[in-house]
Design a protein around this ligand. Structure first.
Ligand code: AMP
Ligand code: GLY
Length: 426
């Protein structure tokens, strides 16, 4: 089959790498892709906002499946528009992508279908939001309703921080995304990312991961898109997975179907494992980046077979097999990230870094005059498999150290909680 992949990050490189191993694949196209994706796909430039142009490309190249990587096009309704042209798409409809596109929508769904989550209020003016904060007190969490590129959430430890975050939202710091605000209870516990492959009716558990959002070692400094991840997440025991399916995922699937917006695609639940059990922090309606990279390293089955089954409503008949090994990915970022990253520095030695059980996925890279250069904030995802998280971590950092890129940096402690747990057990 011919496949078109939309996106350009490390997530998409991991998806392209895995799909390219499928015997079902004839040709893989990617738009816009990146130089790593270009090793396994033909790169093309489509205007992803112009859905009819994407559909025309699909008809011309006889594309059998479009795989959408990032949330933006899904929230904008690309899946619906392509389907209207007869193109098969892996990814949720616009109505189903509201699970990521509107935090208030998801909170109301949780309230209606008894899904455990933080207590909350939804506000569209500063005065009533402030009054709620006065009443409940800090710590408290302030969230812009819409998509804000991962920057719309403030965990406010004090009353003043909460008020400043509310003022920023209503002052238009997040544009239309902040015109409405969710204010919610501060939850404590251990976080985990839980993925399900969904076909509208069935949700199939599709791996767990833990990521590191802060830029600095010891989980310090500003938030980023993610500086590294590992899979599986030790907190997601069989019992916790079973509870998450029963208390969170299955009611979500039933609720979305009841609202006339059945969910098909990847459902990514950000969970807080509290003393009372799993609670939903938020949904994303696509793979995580860099969580996808560790999932793809561990997936033993043919990704294209599974994506096809999701598109065709056949997941009730499927199962998924994972490697018993752990996977860990270290994000190498360009100096300046998560502020303004320096662009254009030359990266050497990737061929020395890759090997048995080690893959380097590209994110913000470009080719300039024949040299590989940094072209974004998060640039490379150095990813390794190991018998334990500790072993995967050692392999990933050994590979990082073979890469010659003085202008890049990474955290040196990805996986620290899991490694500490492994050491305590032995
Ligand atoms: P996001 O930017 O939406 O991925 O969320 C950022 C982070 O904010 C999450 O990963 C959590 O660490 C934290 N967070 C979000 N909601 C809550 C909550 N209700 N209680 C505690 N922490 C939260
Ligand atoms: N790594 C978090 C995300 O993809 O949203």
């Amino acid at each position: 089959m011919n496949v078109l992949l939309l996106g350009s990050g490390g997530r998409e490189h991991a998806l392209a790498w895995k799909m390219s191993a499928s015997p079902l694949l004839t040709r893989l196209y990617a738009s816009p892709g990146n130089p790593g994706i270009g090793r396994v796909a033909e790169l093309i430039k489509l205007d992803v906002a112009d859905h009819s142009a994407v559909a025309a490309f699909c008809q011309e190249k006889k594309i059998d499946l479009v795989v959408v990587g990032p949330e933006g096009p899904l929230v904008a309704g690309i899946a619906d528009d392509l389907r209207a042209w007869g193109v098969r798409v892996f990814g949720p409809s616009k109505a189903a992508a509201r699970l990521e596109g509107s935090k208030g929508f998801t909170k109301d769904l949780c309230a209606k279908f008894d899904i455990p989550t933080a207590a909350y209020g939804r506000f569209s003016d500063l005065a009533s939001a402030k009054a709620y904060v006065e009443k409940t007190g800090a710590p408290i969490v302030i969230k812009a309703d819409g998509l804000a590129a991962g920057k719309g959430v403030t965990v406010a430890m004090t009353h003043d921080e909460a008020v400043a975050a509310l003022e920023a939202c209503f002052d238009g710091s997040f544009g239309a995304a902040g015109a409405e605000v969710v204010v919610e209870e501060y939850l404590t516990g251990e976080e985990a990312s839980f993925f399900c492959l969904c076909d509208g009716a069935t949700a199939l558990p599709f791996g767990t991961a833990q990521d590191h959002k802060r830029v600095g070692d010891g989980d310090t400094g500003p938030n980023t898109g993610g500086m590294g991840a590992y899979s599986p997440a030790p907190v997601m025991t069989a019992e916790m997975t079973e509870r998450t399916m029963r208390e969170i995922i299955e009611p979500t699937m039933r609720g979305m179907a009841e609202l006339g917006a059945p969910f098909a695609g990847i459902l990514f639940a950000g969970l807080m494992i509290t003393e009372q059990g799993p609670k939903l922090i938020e949904y994303n309606t696509r793979f995580g980046d860099p969580e996808c990279q560790v999932l793809m390293m561990r997936l033993k089955d043919d990704l294209l077979v599974l994506l096809n089954a999701a598109v065709d409503g056949q997941l009730a008949h499927m199962s998924v097999r994972w490697s018993d090994e752990a996977a860990l990915t270290v994000v190498m970022a360009a100096r300046g990230y998560p502020g303004t990253p320096e662009k254009g520095s030359v990266i050497r030695g990737l061929d020395k870094a890759e090997g048995e059980g080690v893959q380097v996925f590209h994110a913000g890279t470009a080719v300039n005059g024949g040299a590989l250069v940094a072209n974004g904030g998060r640039v490379l995802n150095v990813t390794a498999l190991g018998a334990t998280v500790g072993e995967a971590q050692a392999k990933a950092y050994a590979a990082v150290d073979r890469i010659d890129w003085p202008q890049g940096f990474c955290r040196r402690d990805i996986g620290w909680q899991a490694v500490a747990r492994e050491q305590a057990e032995n």
